[in-house]
Design a protein around this ligand. Structure first.
Ligand SMILES: Nc1ncnc2c1ncn2[C@@H]1O[C@H](COP(=O)(O)OP(=O)(O)O)[C@@H](O)[C@H]1O
Ligand SMILES: [Mg+2]
Length: 348
């Protein structure tokens, strides 16, 4: 944060989605009210539009954002025949964001607000209906062909459920080597070496290479999923509820791992979570979504200290704050005792 300036005079209610000052030619003022006329929303499967402008706390402008979205929308056409009864679900409606290298943007909001849709767009799995996505300053061609494998390698995703994302018939070593087979021309020996090294980076052991995913705990499986995502040297990791399925003490360990990996590899995270205690722990900036729109965005400290939008306040009030800090401290103490005793044990 320190390298970038805090821009004064960009208080709540500003129409500038990124807190970008005048003179910077960018898409400005894409608020919910200006995004489209209200009557155009009647087809949205009965969901009411968000009213009012988003609350945008002054956010230091990333000088060189590694990831940027401008007016990203995604509509799904669901149900009905060709002419009758089809509905449009506006899952994401004109969302703007920018993340600096090495930082974590957390996206919070209740189920169905469009978080995973945005995650799939950022990860180039699913193209947006409109808007511009820039990865390391390069606009991703939306209407054109599939993004190149080089570009796809820059953004990787980790899902909530490692059962679903890991092939049960594939040994862990093959799980890790597969992205290299698909995205690089590295020889087999090099792929193997890198996979073994990555196992250690995520707190597992080289001998885990020949085991199957079902032989691991939930936390270990999530470590495998993280290792797999990192094999192609991405710049950006999208983490869609990565610890939500884990026990609290394991959550703390995986979050610690993510923090270590972020530092070591200079990774930029987009961290999706409905758990505000986790967000408070890991985020640099927070973006609150409601029904496909951003209702509030700011630095973690600003949003937590002074939530402005009524929805953010409701969300904060409804979330039990878990004792994540205490658990984390306990985990750290345990780990340092083990290290002092020279134990070589994989993470849980
Ligand atoms: N493939 C799809 N087809 C139709 N509707 C979808 C699809 N994916 C998501 N949606 C709808 O888009 C909205 C946002 O979903 P999602 O992005 O999964 O929300 P979240 O991850 O915040 O729970 C929901 O109303 C959901 O039903
Ligand atoms: Mg989701």
């Amino acid at each position: 944060m320190s390298a970038r300036d805090d821009r004064p005079g960009e208080g709540p209610g500003t129409t500038d989605p990124r807190g970008i000052g005048p003179g910077v030619e960018r898409q400005q003022g894409v608020g919910p009210a200006g995004a489209e006329p209200p009557q155009a929303r009647a087809d949205d499967a009965g969901r009411r539009p968000v009213t009012g402008t988003p609350v945008l706390h002054p956010v230091p402008l990333p000088i060189d954002p590694v990831l940027e979205g401008r007016a990203i929308t995604r509509h799904y056409h669901v149900g009905g025949g060709l002419f009758r009864g089809a509905k449009v679900v506006k899952a994401v409606r004109g969302v703007d964001f920018a993340v600096a290298r090495g930082k974590t943007l957390a996206i919070v909001g209740e189920s169905g607000c469009g978080k995973s849709t945005l995650a799939r767009i950022i990860t180039l799995i699913d193209p947006p209906t409109s808007g511009t996505l820039l990865i390391e300053g390069k606009p991703v061609e939306i209407a054109g062909r599939r993004p190149s494998r080089d570009l796809r390698s820059r953004v990787q995703i980790v899902f909530q459920n490692p059962h679903g994302s890991l092939n049960p018939r594939q040994k862990v070593g093959n799980v890790l080597m597969e992205p290299l087979e698909l995205n690089t021309d590295l020889p087999a020996a090099e792929r193997r070496d890198r996979a073994r090294a990555m196992l250690e980076k995520v707190g597992l052991l080289p001998e885990h290479f020949d085991r199957y995913p079902h032989m691991f705990s939930g936390g270990q499986r999530q470590r495998i999923a993280i290792a797999r995502a990192l094999m192609v040297n991405p710049a950006i990791l999208v983490l869609d509820e990565p610890v939500s399925a884990l026990d609290l003490s394991v959550q703390a360990q995986v979050l610690n791992l993510l923090a270590d990996l972020q530092k070591e590899f200079g990774l930029t995270y987009v961290f999706i979570s409905h758990d505000l205690s986790v967000v408070r722990h890991i985020a640099d900036e927070v973006m609150v979504m409601l029904r496909g729109e951003v209702v509030e965005r700011g630095t973690r400290d600003a949003v937590f200290a002074d939530p402005q939008h009524s929805y953010t306040r409701t969300l904060f009030a409804a979330t039990p704050v878990t004792a994540l800090q205490a658990i984390r401290a306990r985990v750290e103490r345990k780990a340092s005792r083990r290290a002092a005793a020279g134990e070589r044990r994989p993470a849980l």
